[in-house]
Design a protein around this ligand. Structure first.
Ligand code: URA
Ligand code: URA
Length: 253
């Protein structure tokens, strides 16, 4: 830890941190505070030709999307979906647009950001195995996240980031109209159920969600990579989910 009373060592710590960030995220620049207000809002008063800054109200509402393609186009332009990590790719969602089962994780990680697709890294490999264990292939279900852009250092999504993303995710759910939602992990579960209850109270049962959708919660695959002992409970959860899926869709399981 940096000693606050030693500005030199603190400075070095900050420099080392920025260097490691640069190695992870690529080159970036700190804002140049010496050019205060250059091109910013303040300047508008003096420069009649300055561009009018884009405000949130000019972002097209996700409610206008009549299908997933239109929602994707709106999301691609929606800066409100971004985190404070620069130059990330949109990770919209993947799978069957008519899926009866929708899986919702937390936020894209490094691999997901690179490939523009949810759950393609290590956690995604495990998720594919979990799906296979209950006889689903990835393309049969629909997979999305609470956030559509990667947060820096894979930190937890901030409440305001979740709030800004939710209207887009809700519209996505409305357009897909699944019968069942599986929340992967605490962040997804607490966000969609609007609760602070811990995982142990949320897992393993069906919660009523909007429009008659039933929502189940299980562990996040990344949590299973850290705690393999939780795999057995996850297996119980997803078997229960498969049974309910078969009942709701009239599939003989
Ligand atoms: N973890 C998530 O929650 N979502 C992803 O897409 C990848 C990892
Ligand atoms: N914490 C999480 O974020 N996810 C889990 O699945 C369990 C604990």
């Amino acid at each position: 830890m940096a000693d606050q009373s030693e500005p030199r060592s603190l400075m070095r710590t900050v420099q080392d941190f920025l260097k490691s960030e640069e190695e992870t995220y690529g080159r970036f620049q700190l804002p140049d505070i010496s050019q205060k207000n250059k091109g910013g809002f303040e300047d508008l008063r003096h420069d009649p030709d300055a561009a009018i800054p884009v405000t949130e109200s000019e972002t097209e509402s996700p409610a206008n999307a009549k299908n997933l393609d239109e929602l994707l186009a709106i999301c691609l332009k929606a800066d409100v979906l971004r985190t404070d990590l620069a130059d990330t790719n949109l990770v919209f969602g993947t799978g069957n647009p008519d899926a009866d089962l929708m899986l919702i994780g937390e936020a894209p990680g490094l691999q997901e950001d690179k490939q523009g697709e949810p759950f393609v890294g290590r956690a995604g490999q495990l998720l594919n195995k979990i799906l296979a264990a209950i006889s689903f292939q990835r393309h049969e279900v629909y997979i999305a996240n609470i956030l559509k852009h990667r947060p820096p250092n894979n930190r937890d999504p901030k409440p305001e980031e979740r709030d800004r993303s939710l209207p887009y995710l809700y519209r996505q759910i409305e357009l897909i109209r699944p019968k069942l939602i599986l929340c992967l992990g605490r962040v997804s579960a607490q966000t969609l159920l609007n609760t602070n209850e811990p995982m142990k109270h949320l897992r393993s049962r069906f919660h009523p969600f909007h429009n008659g959708i039933e929502l189940m919660v299980t562990f996040h695959p990344a949590a299973l990579l850290r705690n393999p002992a939780w795999k057995r409970d996850t297996w119980d959860d997803v078997r229960m989910l498969r049974k309910r899926y078969d009942e709701l869709t009239g599939t003989s399981g």
